[in-house]
Each structure stands twice: as C-alpha cells, then as structure tokens.
Design a binder for this molecule. Structure first.
Ligand code: GMT
Length: 367
C-alpha cells in the first residue's frame, strides 16, 4: 500500500508512535510518505520506502496566524496525486483530521478517492479538542473520518462522552519495538551502586511536574537515589527551581533524547503522576526496559500499568502513596526484581509485531 502519515514531528507520544508505525509499515513492504512541518524526530529517511514532505507555510503580514491547515491540505492533495496514495492516516485530530477532510474533498473533484484514518491520541480529545472554540470542528472531523481509532478504551469513552458522537471507534493500543529495547538491555551496563528513578515527558502541565518533584524530595530523604528527568517543555524550569529550593541531591536533567532506551535501561523505577494520560507511551517504554512504573490511575494508565504487578497506581496527587510504593520496593530487592520482570512481561503484549496487523487490517478495509 502507499500511505500518507500526517503527524507532529516533536517528542510527543503521537509523533513518536506515528514514526514507529511508519518504519514498521515500510519494513512490511508498504511505501510511507510522512507529512509534517519538520522531519519527525525519530524518522529515518534513509529507508528506501520512506519519504518526508515538509509543509511550508509562507509568512504573510496580513495574517495574525498563518494558515497551516490550508498548506497541509494542499500538501496532502499534491502528495496523493503525485504518488498515487491509497489512504491518509492522521495522528492527532487537531488540525490533521480537519485538513485531511478538506484534501479528500478537493481530490474528489478530480475523481480521486482518499480514505482517511484518524488516530486519536489524547490531548486532542481530553484537553485541547473539547475546548468550546474547537469542539464542533473536532467532532466534525472525527465524524467525517472513514475510520477512527483510539489508543485506549478510556480515550474511546472520553471521545464518545465529550463529543456526543456515535462514531464507531476502534481501540488499537500503542506499541513498542521490543527488539530495540531488548538489544539495549543486552548492552546495558548498570554500574551505579544506587537505584535510579526516572521520569520522561514533555513537561506540560498535564504531567503534574510539581507533584513529581515532591515525590522525589520525600524519597531522597530516606534513600540515596539518582533522579533522572528526560525531556523538555513548559514546566522544566519549574522542576529545576523546585529541585534547587528543596536541595534534592543527585538530580540530573538530561534534556530530549532520541534514544530513551539508553537511559531507561539503567533505571529501576519510573514515575508518572499525570493528571490526564490517555495511554502513557513513556510508561510502556519504561516497562519494555524492565523498569517498575509508579503512576497515577488517570485515563488509560490502568490499561498499561497493572497495580501491584508491573508497578503501582495511585489516586491523582496522592504523594504519600507514591512515596510509600517507591519505598516498598526500594526496601525489598526481591520484590523490585520480581516486579521488573512482570513489567517486562506485560510490555510483550504491546510488541509492535502484535499490533501492526490491526492497522494493516483497517487500511485494507478502508481501501
Ligand atoms: O501531551 C502529551 O503527552 C503528548 C501527546 C501527543 O499526542 O503527542 O501524548 C498523548 O499521546 C500519546 C501517544 O498515543 C499517549 O501515550 C499519551 O498518553 C497522550 N498524552 C496524554 O493523554 C496527556
């Protein structure tokens, strides 16, 4: 098949997932054309079946906001006609599903049929999408997509509830390329005498960074641990300030990385206290690296992290519970190791090789 993937090129989960999906589709013999405003961070364009098309939005002084959707839908039309595309798969509804619908309508005038598959990722529904300024347009683009998928059952329910739509939504969970994580685990050389506690995110308000730092602080008062924070975003400075003020020792801000597995393989515990989280791809990547996850029970996290097995789930903002859970495994090496194995075992269920067929099936059905 010849497929267009539209995604965000940043370190956010939707762009990462879309990129990994494209790589796997190309390995399975499909041709994949990525469209984004810059090359997605994990995209390897050396692959013969992968192409990248940049959306350029020329600056025009009349506009307060440059019309990205217009440029994107034009790009979808151009790529579709030039490369005889079979379908477009957009990741994140805003504004990608909307632009794809316009492209579909334009192509129809040339008697070209371009089916749209829309994957809902999370904040496009739970935070941004349901805002009254966007809601009607988001609902419209969901309803007009030929197939809609969501990354968790929780997100499917939220979509039906928030948008009052009966649109059929197929749940296809996120995945990891386990081979990559296994290779890294085999190479990993954990040298530190101390346990490592890690957090990976885009440091947006939804990630509940203040609570994370408070949890680190309380743990550090009783245990000498290394605290690694990976990623960048609006609340990174707050995190840095707080760790300084609280004088938490051994905190390392590692910035963005394309090779998160190289950091996770040294870790013992992963903490994700999110307020909203449709799935928690970062938590799944931690589990694939044999790391125990302590997370909130928000959104789709309970579909990934199993309480008392692969890690622990706490009520949103229950700092003391999260600290207690961390201590229960920091004080018990056997339990920690047992849970690491269970986390790793659970991650096998989300191996890309098990999930890819669901996407290939819906592509076939929509064509
Ligand atoms: O806000 C983010 O965390 C980024 C966002 C994205 O779309 O880039 O992540 C969402 O999609 C990921 C991939 O499907 C999910 O694993 C994340 O849970 C989800 N984030 C939220 O729901 C907050």
């Amino acid at each position: 098949m010849r497929i267009i993937i539209v995604c965000y090129p940043t370190f956010g989960g939707s762009g990462i997932l879309a990129t990994e999906l494209g790589h796997k589709l190309s390995k399975n013999g499909h041709t994949v054309h990525f469209i984004a405003y810059q090359k997605p961070v994990r995209l390897d364009v050396n692959d013969d079946n992968i192409f990248f098309h940049k959306v350029n939005v020329p600056f025009y002084p009349l506009f307060n906001f440059q019309p990205y959707e217009l440029a994107l839908s034009t790009k979808i039309v151009d790529v579709s006609t030039k490369h005889k595309i079979d379908l477009v798969h957009v990741h994140y509804a805003i504004p990608h599903a909307y632009a794809a619908y316009m492209a579909q309508k334009m192509l129809k005038t040339q008697k070209i049929n371009l089916p749209i598959v829309t994957t809902l990722h999370g904040t496009d529904i739970t935070l941004v999408g349901k805002h009254p300024f966007y809601k009607k347009a988001v609902k419209f683009s969901i309803d007009k997509s030929n197939i809609v998928t969501s990354v968790s059952k929780s997100l499917k329910t939220d979509t039906h509830d928030f948008f009052e739509t009966n649109k059929k939504i197929k749940v296809i969970p996120n995945f990891v390329d386990l081979e990559k994580f296994n290779n890294q685990l085999n190479l990993c050389n954990k040298v530190s005498a101390h346990k490592t506690i890690t957090h990976v995110s885009n440091f947006r308000p939804a990630k509940n960074i203040r609570t994370l730092i408070k949890v680190f602080d309380l743990i550090s008062k009783k245990h000498k641990c290394i605290f690694n924070l990976i990623g960048e975003g609006p609340e990174l400075e707050i995190a840095k300030e707080m760790t300084k003020e609280l004088k938490i020792p051994d905190v390392y801000f590692l910035g963005n990385t394309n090779e998160v597995e190289k950091e996770l393989c040294h870790s013992d515990i992963f903490i994700l206290p999110s307020k909203v989280e449709s799935f928690g791809l970062a938590a799944l990547e931690a589990m694939a690296s044999k790391v125990v996850v302590i997370s909130s029970n928000s959104g789709g996290l309970p579909e990934v992290n199993i309480h008392n097995e692969t890690g622990f789930l706490s009520e949103y903002n229950d700092i003391n519970k999260m600290v207690d859970y961390a201590e229960s495994i920091l004080n018990d090496e056997n339990k920690l190791n047992e849970m690491k194995e269970k986390a790793f075992l659970r991650a096998q269920k989300f191996d890309i090789n098990k999930i890819i067929y669901y996407y290939e099936d819906i592509y076939k059905s929509v064509i």
